[in-house]
Design a binder for this molecule. Structure first.
Ligand SMILES: COc1cc(/C=C/C(=O)SCCNC(=O)CCNC(=O)[C@H](O)C(C)(C)COP(=O)(O)OP(=O)(O)OC[C@H]2O[C@@H](n3cnc4c(N)ncnc43)[C@H](O)[C@@H]2OP(=O)(O)O)ccc1O
Ligand SMILES: O=C(O)CCC(=O)C(=O)O
Ligand SMILES: [Fe+2]
Length: 359
């Protein structure tokens, strides 16, 4: 039975109870057919308006077929320096794997609320598996129009035991199939930082932990009043982001203060973005750029980011090779889990997270 047939939401606490405590998420609100946005989702004007969208600008689309060709390698590093974002095609991840993970995302969010709520922070048997909504509801002045499932990978055995069975295999396959692409990108990016060989220690520092989120942005009654995801930069080394064909991801541009560039969906392409950990390790050479997602009034949207990270127990700071030419470090050494906790304990606040590591 559709939720609208059996409940009515009269005030703020009813909405919170329905969305967060009962696990219906904003998907549940959307499917009730609510006609106007509940007030706790109304974002301040400056967070929901993009005054300057640059339709003539676009982030690079890079063909990865010859990834170690000098020209291709240069375009990857240039994009990481200039935009912090690019799309890749001929990336080696089978298109069937991408289709399967998109379908699995719909399958998970299509489960009844009483199934999904088993994975909430309060009910989940592990911190490594978390179903939630918005970003940090308890810390946010205004909520975001997004539900998510976040899966921190520990082992195949743990995933088999703890991850939801409707999406587990497809997500694991997507993660496995992306490994080579991730390694090729890091090989190229490291070379420009004078790291000619990624040994075991560096590999672990760059890719030692992986978190995959599946995101669901349901149709919103007043998309202009809220956001799908607010301005933030990822705290990863790099993020491999699969989006569907709806659109709505915007990246901070280089043209002045409030300039935003749309990342158009391209069939079969994957979006790559540099995260804070790599910005820090490269001493600011590679940029972890602010991005955001708009809410949509007519289509549901999904996305599946793989966050490739240092391990929580790693200390991160500018790599010695990146400073070999006498460059002064602009970031200090920080424990990665402290950095991530700092990110997760506040609402989205654009690029401010990285100040935590500034000297
Ligand atoms: C959800 O919407 C998002 C998410 C994002 C994500 C962008 C990224 O770049 S994710 C990549 C982050 N890196 C890693 O996960 C790898 C390293 N991992 C760690 O260091 C640890 O696993 C940990 C994340 C710090 C958690 O360690 P733990 O010992 O379990 O620490 P806690 O004290 O339990 O948690 C700290 C704090 O974070 C909250 N939290 C934990 N996991 C998540 C999660 N998956 N999603 C949201 N929040 C999470 C937890 O509730 C704690 O907060 P409290 O206030 O409750 O203390 C980008 C954009 C989005 O919109
Ligand atoms: O949905 C998207 O396209 C981007 C989501 C995002 O930025 C994130 O999960 O960190
Ligand atoms: Fe992000």
């Amino acid at each position: 039975m559709a939720p609208s047939m059996c409940i009515s939401l009269n005030d703020t606490s009813d909405v919170t109870d329905f969305v967060i405590k009962q696990g219906h998420g904003v998907k549940g609100l959307s499917e009730m057919g609510i006609k106007s946005l509940p007030e706790q989702y109304i974002q301040p004007l400056e967070e929901r308006q993009m005054t300057k969208i640059e339709p003539q600008e676009s982030i690079p689309v890079i063909d990865m077929a010859k990834w170690d060709d000098t020209q291709v390698a240069n375009s990857i590093c240039d994009a990481a320096e200039k935009w912090g974002f690019f799309q890749v095609v001929n990336h080696g991840v089978p298109l069937q794997v991408l289709d399967n993970v998109k379908k699995a995302t719909y399958d998970f969010f299509g489960l009844p609320a009483e199934e999904k709520i088993k994975y909430s922070k309060e009910n989940s048997s592990s911190n490594n598996v978390r179903f939630g909504t918005s970003f940090t509801p308890h810390a946010e002045k205004a909520l975001e129009w997004k539900d998510y499932l976040s899966l921190f990978y520990v082992s195949e055995d743990e995933a088999a035991a703890l991850w939801p069975s409707v999406c587990k295999d497809e997500i694991l396959e997507y993660m496995k199939s992306s490994k080579l692409l991730i390694n090729h990108l890091l090989q190229v990016l490291m070379k420009r930082l004078n790291v000619n060989e990624i040994d075991e220690t560096k590999q672990s520092l760059l890719t030692g932990s992986v978190r995959t989120n599946i995101n669901y942005y349901p149709i919103c009654p007043n998309p202009e009043l809220t956001v799908g995801v607010g301005r933030h930069s990822d705290v990863s080394t790099l993020t491999v982001l699969l989006q569907d064909n709806v659109g709505g991801l915007y990246v901070r541009g280089n043209e002045g203060q409030d300039s935003w560039i749309h990342v158009p969906p391209i069939d079969g392409a994957i979006v790559i973005n540099i995260g804070d950990a790599l910005q820090i390790m490269s001493n600011g050479r590679y940029r972890s750029v602010e991005h955001r997602v708009t809410a949509n009034g007519s289509s549901n949207r999904i996305s599946v980011p793989i966050f490739v990270n240092p391990r929580p127990q790693d200390t991160i700071g500018p790599l010695p090779e990146a400073l070999a030419n006498g460059e002064k470090p602009i970031y200090k050494q920080v424990l990665y889990s402290d950095y991530v906790k700092h990110f997760f304990r506040k609402a989205h606040d654009g690029k401010n997270t990285v100040d935590f590591a500034k000297i």
